[in-house]
Design a protein around this ligand. Structure first.
Ligand code: NAP
Length: 234
């Protein structure tokens, strides 16, 4: 039976690169993003990459109705073994200092980067428990460092990491990983550095083997950095 995975935010960037790799490895996939046109284009590419079934549902991960539909669709493809909470928002660009971070913007960042992945995890847990599956929450070095401007996004990733840490203690039958993928040449990274040349950052596909190693080798639940998993600098 094919393994089945759900990856949020897979129309571009790291999520799409991961989806293409898992498809090539034979997984069934359910993916999402808000922009239906970009998602349809990504679905076609992911579908062409492998023999499994690929379902794409357009929607906002912060919408509870969309989350329920997404997890149902994924569980309908087979035993759900892997959930990757990858969809995320940076918040306002340019990144504001904490002193003038608008609370309404922070609330939106927390809804997408903390509440939504929690909702996905809660909906998926019964399936993951049954199959001794894996939950991956994509985090960032901004969760643990004090970079100027990164207070809102960093606080959201720090909260996601602490939810992951406690969940890992509570769910010994499920692998829970919170993962820093390192800098990548993506739209989010460009939005963080508007107008700057980010062409020296690695392509997201180069970071994917680190995550695949986690999924395949199933080390203990915990915080992992892709650069350590790959043995190369981020
Ligand atoms: N790039 C880096 O340097 C870097 C570094 C550390 C951590 N990360 C983390 O890595 C992950 C992937 O980031 P990335 O750089 O690949 O970002 P990206 O290229 O901007 O891609 C983000 C993906 O998520 C989707 N998305 C965003 N908001 C969504 C929402 N509310 N609902 C559903 N889908 C949504 C986007 O599509 P739509 O816009 O159409 O919804 C897109 O498919 C994120 O968790 C990010 O925080 C990135």
């Amino acid at each position: 039976m094919r393994r089945t995975a759900l990856i949020t935010g897979a129309s571009r960037g790291f999520g799409r690169a991961l989806a293409e790799r898992l498809a090539a490895d034979g997984w069934n996939l359910t993916i999402d993003a808000r922009d239906a046109t970009a998602l349809a284009e990504a679905r076609a590419a992911v579908d062409a990459a492998g023999p499994g079934t690929v379902v794409a549902l357009a929607g906002d991960i912060a919408d509870p109705v969309h989350v329920a539909a997404l997890v149902n669709a994924a569980a309908g493809l087979g035993r759900l073994e892997l959930v990757v909470n990858n969809a995320s928002t940076l918040g306002p660009s340019p990144l504001p200092h904490v002193a003038w971070l608008r609370t309404a913007d922070l609330e939106r960042v927390l809804a997408t980067n903390v509440v939504a992945p929690l909702r996905v995890a809660q909906a998926a847990l019964p399936h993951l428990r049954e199959g001794h599956g894996t939950l991956v929450n994509i985090s960032s070095d901004a969760a643990v460092e004090g970079y100027e401007g990164w207070g809102g996004y960093g606080a959201s990733k720090a909260a996601l990491e602490q939810l992951s840490r406690v969940l890992a203690a509570e769910e010994p039958g499920v692998r829970v990983y919170w993962v820093d993928p390192g800098d990548m040449r993506t739209q989010m990274h460009q939005d963080a550095f508007p107008g700057e040349d980010i062409s020296d950052r690695p392509e997201p596909a180069t970071r994917v083997p680190g995550l695949v190693r986690l999924v395949d080798e199933r080390p203990p639940s915990g915080r992992y950095r892709v650069e350590d998993l790959l043995g190369v600098p981020a």
